[in-house]
Design a protein around this ligand. Sequence first.
Ligand SMILES: [Zn+2]
Length: 341
Amino acid sequence: MDRRAAYAVELAQGLARFFEPRRATCPWCGSTRIALLQRSADLIQRKPGEFVLDRCADCRHVFQNPCLSPAGLAFYYRDFYDGLGEATMNRVFAKQTEWYRQRAELIAAHADPAEWLDVGCGHGHFCHTAHQLLPRTAFDGLDFGDGVEIAQRHGRIRRAFRGEFAELAPELTERYDVVSMHHYLEHSTDQRRELATALKVLRPGGLLLIEVPDPESPWGRLLGKWWVGWMQPQHLHFAPRANLRAALTELGFTVLSDTTDRAAVTQGWTGALMQLAHTLLPPPDFPWLPRPSRFRLLLRNLGLTAAVPLIALSALLGWLVRPIVRARGLHNSYRIVARKN
Ligand SMILES: [Zn+2]
C-alpha cells in the first residue's frame, strides 16, 4: 500500500483513538485547579486534529490534555523524523552546531567524562560536535527511530540503542559518566520516570544534562501557539524549572547549574514567522492531506519565495536586538546540570 492509501485507512477510523481520556487533575502534583492555556493545530505537519494544553494553577506544570495515546503518538510522529521527514530533519539538526557546542561546554566545565549516553540522540549530530570538544569521551546514543542506527553507521556515536529508555536501562546500569537529554523530556509521557532511569544508568557522581523548552519563557507568552517551543502535538509535558529541580533533588541529584539558551531570537520570533508562513500558504503534497492541485502548489512556492527575504530580514533584526533580548532574559529553553549523589 502506498503512503497516501495507508494514511487514508488510518484516518477513516477517526481521530478519537489517538487520544487518552481527558484528565481532571494535574499529572505532576495532582491538583484539580487546571485551566486551558491554548488550543492549537499541528502547525508543522498539518495532520488533522486539535491539541489542547492545560496549565496547573498550583504547580504551573503545562501538559497536553487529552494526551496522545500510543496510537496517536505513532500516527503523529510518522514521517516526521523518519520516512518522509528524515532528510529534512537531518538537515535541520546538522546545522545547530553552536547549540551543541554550548551544551557540551556545560559538561566540560565540570568533568572530562569517559562515557556519555545521549538519550533522544536523533541522527547523532550533537554527539559528533561534542566529541570534537571532548575527544577522549565515547558517545553512545539512544532513540526510538532509525536515526540512531544511521548515527552509528556514520560514526557519530560508538553504540546505538534503539527503543525506550526505561526498558533498555537494565543493561546500562551505572555505565555512564554523563547522560544528556536535549529536547527529549517534553516528548515523554512520564518525566519523573525518565529522571529515575537517568539516575540508574549513571555512575555515582555522574552528571545529567537536561535541556527543555521553558513553559515560563516570555516568548511562549508573547507568541502564544506560534511559539516553536509548544510544538503540538509532539510535546506532551512542560515542567517549569522549579519543578524539575525539586524532582531531581528528591531523586538524589544535586543541581550544579541552571541556565538558559543563548541563541534565543531566531527560535523566538523567526521561528514563529516561519510557522505562520507555512500555515497561511497552501500545504505541500503531504500524503495525509488531499492531493493538492498544480495551482495550489504553485501558489505555495510563490509564497515561500516571497517569504524568504522577510524571514531573512527578521533574522537580521533579531541579530541586531540580541543584546536587549539577552538583557531581558527572553530565552526559549533552560538547561540544568545535576550530579548524582
Ligand atoms: Zn500541578
